[in-house]
Design a binder for this molecule. Sequence first.
Ligand code: HAS
Length: 542
Amino acid sequence: IDRRDASLSLSFLTVSFVSLLIGAIAGLLQTFVRSGAFELPFSIGYYQLLTAHGVLLALIFTTFFILGFLYAGISKTMGTLYDVPRRTGWLGFVMMTFGTILATVFILLNKATVLYTFYAPLQASPWFYVALVHVVVGSWLCAFSMWNQYYIWKSRTKNKLSPLFSYMAVMTMTLWFVATLGLAATVLLQFIPWSIGWVEKIDILISRTLFWYFGHPLVYFWLLPAYMCWYVVIPKIIGGKIFSDALARLSFVLFLLFSIPVGFHHQLLEPGIAHTWKFFQVVLTFMVIVPSLMTAFSMFAVFETAGRKKGTKGLFTWIKVLPWGDVRFFAPMMGMLIFIPAGAGGIINASHQLNQVIHNTLWVTGHFHLTVASTVALTFFGIGYWLIPHLTGRTLTSRMNKLGIVQTILWTVGMTIMSGAMHAVGLFGAPRRTSYTTYTGHPQAIDWIPYQIAMAIGGTILFLAIILLMYIVWFLAFKAPIGITEFPIGEVEEGALSTPAVLENWKLWVGISGALILIAYTIPFWHMIQHAPPGSPGYKFW
Ligand code: HAS
């Protein structure tokens, strides 16, 4: 792709991988502190490290990686970025990086020990919220720049069907924008006035509701770029074709519709929300499973069709001819395989009654280490292995390919041990996000210890995998031989259904999404505002 676009993309990827390293170190230290065996200097505590780990990995590593990947793919499929979108992208990058540094400093100073979910009643320094505003507004600039690129491209090509990758990028950023409105509302209207001391109280339920309005679509903001790789990139790598352009687009439309009005499934055990509304959002949660099932179907179809073209005849023999030795395929494939149990875990979480068993236990931590930290992260690593040398004008050598496979195996094994133990001990009632000391001496805590040890072993393997990843990334960026690495973009299967134009009718889809959000949230939100405690922003307002 164009060198100027490559440097924008590389800048995002750089911040992303630096955050990954710092976040991983915080993760390792936090396990040690929690074990009670270590004391860190400057009385660095468990919750402080947990906040650094969560914010830097779940929020920063992902968002910067996604933007870097999306910019590269847009430039590849729609052509070199136009001037205004590129400049807006840089402005977004600068704002986001400033916000990231500011937030990290305040977390490390122990002035923002509020965890990555940061809802009330936990309170941080106002500077932490100012930092978040920079990250979010910067990301909006990136969204605007991608929409702008898409708009100019559409008008110059007389409304031609957009390339699948770019369409998916626009959809992902649309989902992100609608979701972050909730985050902006709670930060600007609640947290900043409260943390500065302009208002005395904060409405906890409203802050949690606005957070989860954002927090659930956030997980699909992580997932969709991984799906972009599966739908568009993987078919090319395995020598196959995209099963159906229309199906891929439809699944992304369904994510826009159903991923937002479902935040209550994180609040099923919370008082103050009527069961009717919880039930309604649980139904919508089950709807958002559908596009993932469509993706699974589509991927199986791609794999089988590619295998059959290579002449395999048996029911499952096509599996054998997949390129298992190619890390560009192997890492995302491990992510896909892990997503089968991980998705089943999500369905358990969303089932109202079963949620009572797992809520606030280590099961949930296990769930998101299988989803975002395995399915998504492994796919991102797989992308990084070809995207970085593509952008730096180098080659993915066979030695790095082999090391990448070792890294993927280490990650998969480490995560299986760690998340497996988390799921199991969660079922025995071990709470999440609780420092070791709180439970010392409790008889039940003794039963949890073997699982804690398994978690520590898994975590240590994961840390080794991160170090190996860092070495590979550094080598691919600075040391690999100069050359050309392909940016794989698949083509659609010949016989596939042509894509209906309605799938690019943004007004329609954003309109339906807005209507669903209003239906799912207006009445319960109205109830919450009516019961806002005296002295909180909601109370004064009404
Ligand atoms: Fe979740 C909590 C429900 C998916 C992340 N989730 C979390 C939290 C995070 C998270 C971070 O309903 C914790 C938040 C916190 O800090 O409190 N989740 C779901 C449901 C799904 C789901 C229904 N979650 C995700 C994804 C995430 C993620 C994806 C990150 C990327 N989750 C919940 C609920 C809670 C929750 C409750 C709250 C729990 C509580 O009480 O606190 C669904 O989207 C899952 C659908 C997925 C599938 C799997 C499809 C499989 C595919 C792979 C196919 C494989 C192939 C390989 C093709 C149905 C697509 C073939 C192989 C060959 C060899 C051929």
